[in-house]
Design a protein around this ligand. Structure first.
Ligand SMILES: [Zn+2]
Ligand SMILES: [Zn+2]
Length: 324
C-alpha cells in the first residue's frame, strides 16, 4: 500500500506537485475497525476484515480504521504551513501517534468540528498532549470552530475545558487550552481558520439533527461531508456541478454496504448522491467492517469506469497533494 505516498492524479488533485495536502487521519465509523466483538467473540465464520488486525500492523492494513477525521496541511506561502484538523474523536491520540509522526505533522493550529457526537469530539481532552507544556495553563489557546449547539454540548461533556474563574482555594489543573469560536450552520456564512476559508455545509444526520460538512480551497474546491443521511437542496446546490459548480474532490460518508441506516448514507445512497453532485473525484469515509478495502475498491473501480466519476474508499494515513 502507499502510505506516505500520494494518491493517483485525478480531477485537480495531483501527485506530489503541490505544497498543500490532505491527510486522512481516520476513515472509519464510530466503533472504529477492528470492531472489538469480531475479535473477542469470533463467530463460526470470523470477520476477515477485523481478523486482519491480529496479524497485519495498522500502518500496513487499510482495513484498520479510526474515527473519521481529516488533517489539512495548508501551505499559505512564505514557507508557512498551517495544520487544521476536522474532528477530534475517540481515537484521536492513536491517530496522532500513528500519522503525525509518519507524515511529520508537528502541531495543530486550529480545530473545526462537524458536530458534537462522541466520534467527533471525545478526543478533546487529549488536545493538551499536542500543546506546549505549562502547569499553569499559561499558553496561547487553540482556536476551535463549532456551532453554538456543539458548544453547549461540550460545556456539559467537558465543563473543565470551558474557561471560567477559579473558585477560592481551587487548584489550577493543566487542561487543553481552547479558544471557542462560534460558526453558523449556513452556506452563506463562511469563516476563516488558519488563513483558509471554509463554507459550512449543513446536512441532515438523522432527521432530528444537523451536522456540518465544509467546502474549502480556491484553486481546487474540496467538499468534506462525513456525517450525512440527506442533503438539503440549498447545500446540494453549493457543491453540485449543475449548481454553483463542480468540486474537484468530494469526501463523503458511507456507513454500510447494502442495508440502509437512519443517520448515515450507505453505499447505494452514497453513489446516488455522487452521481447527482457529480464531483471530478470522490473518496469515501466512515466505513464499517462490511467494507473490505481491496475487494470493494475493485468493485468501485468498475462503477467509476461505467459512470465516469473516479470513486474509491479512502484509508487511514492516505495523503494527497492538493492545490488550495
Ligand atoms: Zn468485523
Ligand atoms: Zn454523528
Amino acid at each position: 500500500m502507499e502510505n506516505g505516498g500520494d494518491a493517483d492524479e485525478h480531477g485537480g488533485v495531483s501527485r506530489g506537485s503541490s505544497p498543500s495536502s490532505l491527510v486522512f487521519l481516520g476513515t472509519g465509523c464510530s466503533s472504529a475497525i477492528p470492531y472489538p466483538m469480531c475479535l473477542i467473540q469470533p463467530s463460526a465464520s470470523p470477520c476477515g476484515v477485523c481478523i486482519q488486525a491480529l496479524s497485519v500492523p495498522p500502518e500496513l492494513n487499510p482495513n484498520y480504521r479510526c474515527n473519521t477525521s481529516l488533517l489539512i496541511d495548508y501551505f499559505s506561502g512564505d514557507d508557512k504551513h498551517k495544520y487544521i484538523i476536522i474532528d477530534v474523536g475517540k481515537t484521536f491520540r492513536e491517530q496522532v501517534l500513528r500519522w503525525f509522526t509518519w507524515h511529520k505533522i508537528p502541531r495543530i493550529d486550529s480545530i473545526i468540528l462537524t458536530h458534537e457526537h462522541a466520534d467527533a469530539i471525545l478526543g478533546l481532552d487529549d488536545i493538551r498532549t499536542v500543546q506546549p507544556f505549562s502547569p499553569t495553563n499559561d499558553i496561547d489557546p487553540m482556536p476551535i470552530y463549532l456551532t453554538q449547539f456543539a458548544m453547549d454540548s461540550i460545556a456539559v461533556k467537558f465543563p473543565y475545558l470551558v474557561p471560567r474563574k477559579l473558585k477560592e482555594g481551587e487548584e489550577v489543573r493543566r487542561v487543553a487550552q481552547l479558544d471557542y469560536r462560534i460558526i453558523e450552520s449556513d452556506c452563506e456564512k463562511p469563516f476563516t481558520a488558519s488563513d483558509l476559508q471554509f463554507v459550512p455545509l449543513p446536512v441532515v444526520h438523522g432527521e432530528d439533527y444537523i451536522s456540518l460538512g465544509f467546502l474549502f480551497g480556491k484553486k481546487s474546491r474540496i467538499a468534506y461531508i462525513s456525517d450525512v443521511s440527506r442533503f438539503p437542496e440549498s447545500t446540494e446546490y453549493v457543491i453540485s456541478k449543475t449548481g454553483a459548480g463542480q468540486v474537484d474532490l468530494l469526501i463523503l460518508d458511507s456507513l454500510y454496504k447494502v442495508r440502509p441506516h437512519n443517520t448515515h448514507l450507505c453505499l447505494p445512497q452514497t453513489l446516488e448522491a455522487i452521481k447527482k453532485i457529480c464531483p471530478k473525484r470522490a473518496l469515501l469515509v466512515g466505513m464499517t467492517h462490511e467494507f473490505d478495502h481491496h475487494r470493494d475498491n475493485l468493485e468501485l473501480a468498475e462503477w467509476s469506469q461505467r459512470e465516469g466519476i473516479p470513486v474509491q474508499l479512502a484509508y487511514d494515513g492516505l495523503k494527497i497533494s492538493v492545490d488550495l
